[in-house]
Design a protein around this ligand. Structure first.
Ligand code: BG6
Length: 500
């Protein structure tokens, strides 16, 4: 059982209550928090959707989600107790008049609990609906109580810098920044949070964590899935917006940020914003030297025939959307000057792996005979976020025998070996934090905007110069040749993980 603090009574409205996100992630996460006794004694969850459902049918649908996606599922008695806290309201969220029902539910819940609950509005809906819902909640006066109401907004947060600013402005009309929880689910992952522990709870790494010792950093978020029926969404996004603007830049911030003075939400977020502000802006005419894009064609993925991106449902036959992106960033500050950060992400790549590699500089002098060092490699720290969850430090060791022969060996910390039981899912951590009102793992308005500023030159240049060679990579590969060339120009190569 994990150690959770008791929290105040809670009323959670999930807009998009009949949608996929609730089904796959939110209800399973809340259910697991319930099993861990992390939910307050008084809580109520109200799903809101357009489709009408009888209570029984709605619960049945959610239960199917638990059976398929929850990390713990086989306890019928607990499910029955938990689901007694759930209800469903069918409404058209574009109609202001319909919000009266929510106000009524809030009042009834208060009566039932005997005290005023904290209210969470979770936006698990298409992004274009968020402004409508927020404005209607505002008109109905439901976000009046600034102390007790919170709003959770999913990504994509805007489509570009301008729309993100507009979204922040609109949210700011009705909510204060402390009430707004912008989700980046990567920040809820245990292995991602552990980067802070590794860096700032150990005196060992800090002295070498800089340009004097680190040669370069690589961040890979490779997926073996295609767009999985989300072609419509992906067409308006692409790999740069979908993964780099948010998840990957967050990982980069964790590696590059200065030590926080405290673990207070704004302190951590300030340090991350400093990194984003220090990332060198790529000139539009030099994008080719700093970024590469790709799109998968038809082919075979782990023995199965798959269609090319342009033949996916919801995708234009001549689509120029990238399903792969690689970028070289520089951070212009004292710690990181001249250290390249290479990042890449893509669909239908050879392995599913999210990995950070910190490549150290070679030893400055080498006393060993030439033959001792044939397999010599510089030190490397590899932080595997998923599906492997480990941290591995590579160093040189002497091979047993009469001769001095060196070879690289690994010192490994593995979550599964070290800790018993399962770690909480990212959404469990994040939902608990929203209930507790802790915004450390959420994106602040300026953070989101700074991340958009970083990618805008690339987006603009790619928009202006259509790709001429799409599709340019095969499923089950490591992406397009341009990405190899991007890193090879600097004398490096991408580190491809080998599954254990
Ligand atoms: C989402 C993207 O934010 O992250 C998806 O929209 C992507 O396209 C997913 O597949 C990857 O998340 P994870 O946790 O599986 O690495």
């Amino acid at each position: 059982m994990l150690d959770y603090k008791k929290i105040s009574p809670m009323l959670i409205f999930i807009f998009g209550g009949s949608g996929d996100l609730n089904f796959r992630k939110l209800t399973p996460a809340l259910y697991n928090l319930y099993l861990d006794q992390a939910m307050p004694e008084n809580f109520s969850i109200v799903g809101i959707g357009r489709t009408a459902f009888e209570q029984g049918d709605y619960l049945k649908k959610l239960k199917e989600g638990i059976d398929e996606f929850s990390r713990r599922k086989d306890d019928q008695a607990s499910w029955e107790k938990f689901s007694a806290h759930i209800s469903y309201v069918a409404m058209d969220v574009t109609q202001t008049g319909e919000y009266v029902q929510l106000e009524k539910i809030a009042k009834e819940t208060e009566k039932q609990f005997g005290l005023h609950p904290n209210i969470i509005f979770y936006m698990a809906v298409a992004p274009q609906l968020v402004p409508t819902i927020v404005k209607n909640l505002g008109k109905q006066g439901m976000c009046r109580d600034r102390k007790c109401t919170r709003i959770v907004v999913e990504k994509p947060f805007g489509h570009d810098l301008e729309s993100a600013r507009e979204m922040n402005r609109m949210l700011g009309e009705f909510f204060q920044e402390e009430q707004i929880f912008r989700i980046d689910h990567y920040l809820g992952k245990e292995t991602v949070q552990n980067i802070l522990a590794l860096r700032f709870a150990n005196a060992l790494f800090e002295p070498i964590w800089n340009r004097n010792y680190i040669d370069h950093v690589q961040i890979t978020a490779a997926e073996t899935v295609g767009v999985e029926g989300r072609g419509g969404y992906y067409e308006s996004s692409g790999a740069l917006r979908d993964m780099i603007q948010n998840h990957i830049l967050q990982l980069l911030c964790m590696v590059a940020m200065e030590a926080p003075v405290s673990f207070e939400a704004n302190e951590i977020r300030n340090k991350k914003v400093d990194v984003l502000n220090a990332i060198r802006r790529i000139g539009r005419d030099e994008v080719h030297d700093f970024a590469a894009r790709g799109q998968y064609g038809p082919g075979w993925m782990k023995g199965e025939k798959v269609v090319g991106y342009c033949d996916e449902k919801g995708v234009a036959a001549n689509s120029q959307t990238e399903t792969f992106a690689a970028v070289k960033f520089f951070i212009d500050n004292w710690r990181w000057q001249h250290v390249p950060f290479y990042v890449r992400t893509g669909k239908y790549l050879h392995e599913k792996s999210t990995v950070l590699s910190i490549q150290f500089k070679p030893a400055p002098a080498y006393a060993f005979p030439k033959e001792a060092a044939e397999t010599w490699r510089p030190n490397r720290l590899t932080i595997s976020i998923a599906p492997e969850m480990d941290i591995c430090l590579r160093f040189q060791a002497k091979r047993p025998g009469q001769k001095m022969i060196l070879s690289p060996v690994d010192m490994v910390f593995n979550y599964k070996d070290e800790y018993e039981g399962e770690e909480p899912e990212a959404y469990e951590t994040l939902l608990y934090d929203v209930m507790e009102g802790d915004a450390t793992l959420f994106m602040r308005a300026d953070q989101v905007e700074a991340a958009w500023e970083v990618v805008m030159p690339i987006l603009d240049a790619w928009q202006a110069r259509k790709p001429v060679d799409f599709p340019n990579y095969a499923p089950d590969s490591w992406g397009p040749e341009d990405a190899e060339a991007l890193i090879a120009r600097d004398g490096h190569n991408w580190i491809n993980t080998v599954p254990k």
